[in-house]
Design a protein around this ligand. Structure first.
Ligand code: B12
Length: 214
């Protein structure tokens, strides 16, 4: 039964079936199945397969976009229940976003959801977020952590731009910075003067906890 819903989630993404993914996600909620498992082992696995096919030139962009849409609509159903499992005490404040020029928001949203689920107050500024938006949000909410996501090698330098803007505003010393996204690495984090790097959502939670001293 449990394995069945995982299989259905994965297959819905792999067959570009938005309705099927939404239905299976609703069933996850109804049956009390672990939403994180559903996201990572169901939807996420399916999207990985679709991504590989796209990378290998086996499918075209519109198919990839439908699969991504199925993932997004399913996340909209599952993410709020992730957050419900949280204890109310705030572990720290996080501002997170995908840098300017980059519209990949799935991974960033999963990281945001996981942090929320682990008791952090998360301010998600979305994707394609200009440097000024990061700076404004930092001024507005005074976070402990800034998380930046980039999925394109061409947008990675925007992370440096954000760090420089924070320095210019005298804010760099007040926040810890964590970066992530498929092309990002620990070496890149070090190179641009970020405090840390997280390979996936679980790692992000561990790293953020360490950075705030928990
Ligand atoms: C889905 C997808 C899309 C969707 C995005 C939909 C959306 N709303 O997000 C659409 C179809 C719109 C898209 C568009 C494009 N895409 Co695209 N896309 C992907 C794909 C298949 C999957 C990305 C994804 O969501 N993965 C699932 C999530 C869960 O994984 P993730 O993002 O890596 O996130 C995890 C970790 O990286 C980490 N993480 C992520 N962010 C953060 C942040 C922090 C702070 C931390 C700690 C951790 C962390 O934790 C996450 C959870 O585990 C990848 C292939 C791939 N293998 O990555 C290509 C990929 C990223 N895209 C690519 C390209 C080229 C494009 C386009 C330029 C295509 C085009 N020709 O138009 C456009 C770019 C548009 C733009 N300006 O941004 C390339 C990038 C190549 C490169 N290295 O620069 C890839 C690698 C595909 C490829 N093999 O060519 N894409």
């Amino acid at each position: 039964m449990a394995e069945d819903v995982l299989k259905r989630l994965k297959e819905a993404i792999m067959t570009y079936d938005v309705e099927g993914a939404v239905e299976a996600s609703k069933e996850v909620i109804k049956t009390g199945f672990d939403p994180l498992k559903a996201i990572e082992q169901g939807l996420g696995e399916g999207l990985k397969v679709v991504g590989e096919k796209f990378g290998a030139g086996e499918i075209f962009l519109p198919m990839l976009m439908i699969a991504a849409q199925a993932m997004k609509e399913s996340l909209a159903i599952l993410e709020p229940t992730l957050a419900k499992g949280t204890s109310r005490k705030v572990a720290g404040k996080v501002v997170i976003g995908t840098v300017e020029g980059d519209i990949h928001d799935i991974g960033k949203s999963i990281v945001a959801a996981m942090l929320t689920a682990n008791g952090f107050e998360v301010h998600d500024i979305g994707c394609d977020a200009p440097t000024s938006k990061f700076v404004e949000k930092v001024k507005a909410v005074n976070p402990d952590i800034i998380g930046m996501s980039a999925l394109l090698t061409t947008t990675m330098p925007k992370m440096t731009e954000v760090i420089n803007a924070l320095k210019k505003e005298g804010l760099r010393g007040k926040v810890k910075i964590i970066v992530g996204g498929a092309p990002v690495s620990a070496a890149w984090a070090e190179q641009i003067g970020a405090d840390s790097y997280g390979e996936d959502a679980m790692a992000a939670v561990d790293v953020v906890k360490k950075l705030v001293g928990k």
